[in-house]
Design a protein around this ligand. Structure first.
Ligand code: 13P
Length: 249
């Protein structure tokens, strides 16, 4: 059985004062029936990990370098994230693919670095609006999967998030059929590549404008094992009902 996962990506949001949101989240969900992961900006990882230690909340990074260490000014290695208290890291988010020109092979190298450091790699995939309208979604996902997912993936060290780019921060959400089609497609390809056991154990999250109002119906879609939430993960008041919807799904 795959344990459900509610993951929050704070993106470039959050200062010291935001840590109180983690305190309240930990209080409200002291006995959560699902995994909870918050990925704050790198500046807060250590303090977020301290704030949530002895709670069910885990802390993750939003990116890591493909190399373990070296002359890469401004970058952060996976081991450093682990040392700061992270247990996971997002790699290949569409905002990084776009803002930093990250290609599938870069994402794969980052995912491998994360796994080598003992972190869970949360790999993001997703099509643009133009690709969706040209009926290329499944081809794009297939290419991103074969290019971005390293060979050593397991259900413990990897999570996949399907995040259609046009749904991120827009309030637009694919139909439940569209979400189901892509998640089923990803599951089938994972089983083919890694074998049924591993393929079935890898968790698939949906991301893109997940809100308290739409979470329950999205979580009812087969092969949706949770969500990667941006804007609605910043405040406990918004994220908490999403966690609750996942718990009862
Ligand atoms: P929103 O939930 O703000 O649409 O962001 C989704 C996302 O990009 C999470 O990684």
């Amino acid at each position: 059985m795959r344990r459900k996962l509610a993951a929050g990506n704070w993106k470039m949001n959050g200062i010291s004062a935001s840590l109180t949101e983690l305190e309240s989240l930990a209080t409200v969900h002291a006995n959560a029936g699902v995994d909870i992961l918050i990925c704050p900006p790198a500046t807060l990882i250590h303090r977020a990990a301290e704030t949530t230690k002895d709670t069910g909340i885990r802390i993750g990074g939003q990116d890591c370098h493909a190399n373990a260490a070296g002359a890469h000014t401004g970058d952060i290695g996976a081991q450093m994230l682990k040392d700061a208290g992270a247990t996971a890291v997002i790699v290949g988010h569409s905002e990084r693919r776009e803002d930093h020109d990250e290609r599938n092979e870069d994402v794969r190298a980052k995912a491998k670095a994360a796994i080598d450091a003992g972190l869970t790699a949360l790999i993001c995939l997703g099509e643009s609006l133009a690709q969706r309208e040209a009926a290329n979604t499944l081809d794009i996902i297939a290419g991103q999967m074969s290019g971005s997912i390293p060979d050593l993936a397991t259900g413990e060290n990897m999570v996949i998030a399907y995040e259609p780019i046009w749904a991120i921060g827009t309030g637009k959400v694919p139909t439940l059929e569209q979400i189901g089609e892509v998640h089923d497609f990803i599951r089938t390809r994972l089983e083919r590549r890694f074998g049924e056991g591993v393929g079935r154990s890898i968790r698939l999250l949906y991301g893109g404008s997940v809100k308290p109002a739409n979470a329950a119906e999205i979580f009812a879609v087969p092969n949706v094992d949770g969500a990667l939430v941006g804007g609605a993960s910043l405040k406990t008041a918004d994220f908490s009902p999403i966690i609750s919807a996942l718990e009862t799904s």
